[in-house]
Design a binder for this molecule. Sequence first.
Ligand code: HH2
Length: 312
Amino acid sequence: MSDGGAAAIATRWRVRDATIELDRPVIAGILNVTPDSFSDGGQFLDPVAARDHAALMIAEGADLIDVGAESTRPRAVAVPAEEEWRRLEPVLESVTRLGVPVSVDTTKQAVAERALDAGASAINDISGLRSDPGLARLAARTGAGLVLMHMRGTPRTMQRDTRYEDVVAEVAAALAVARRAALDAGCEPDRVAIDPGIGFGKSLEGNLELIARLDELTRLGAPVWIGPSRKSFLGTLLDVPPSERVEGTIAACIEGLARGARVFRVHDVRSVRRALDVAWAVERAGQARHSPREADGRSRGERRPEEPVKTR
Ligand code: HH2
């Protein structure tokens, strides 16, 4: 998968019949239909509230919606597939009609299969195929996008041991193996994204190092997701509760953007959208000195920050 360092940052992520262009930061708005998520548990269990929140996030600049029905916070209790689907079904029915691709945050093939049947376009697997390797075959068969996230152990065990010899090298190697397994199962390379799993079995220092050295992951050539939103490493750094972590989330996203992350899984869509659009404009201005530009300063085919992501 790695070519030793020369691979360019992925320029698109395909999810069923849509292509998400990665020539600007893409935002995945978080929709947790759970009673117990760490920052918004219980808020969107009602399908109408869930749909309204998804519509709001799209209006604020989300390019896709990531829907999950099982909390993955440390020590969370596992949810049986039937219960997970009972929560997801009414929400997917309306959210998949809002005009942007929907990913389903699940580790279970039975749930993912039903979600894809109901119109979802991608599977966000926080276990990186360790829970259910059948997810890769399902993604290959349906053309669904696949996100492979790194986590050591399970949400119940992941914080027991957060020591690594070299956290970035270990995460990169594990994601390379997971991605290889997805490709071997028949997934097309530009449908498989990777994610370092911020907060999943990592110490404060580990999370910071993963962001600081994220380019070692983007070098693998796959689209890179990152999800620092409101997470506890920000609370540790700033001594603030989840509701006051938006500035920290933004800083982490901008640092990730500079190192090649292109999909940002966040709760606070409006604030992160604005911040990333400015950071992106600065990034492009810096690149302009090194490559020929058109008269208005944009390269051919490049969109202005406020233009919507192109999906087709
Ligand atoms: N983080 C969470 C859940 N799913 N998926 C990806 N790809 N990357 C992440 O970093 C990630 C994820 C945890 O955050 P949240 O959904 O806000 O909380 P909870 O798991 O308690 O519902």
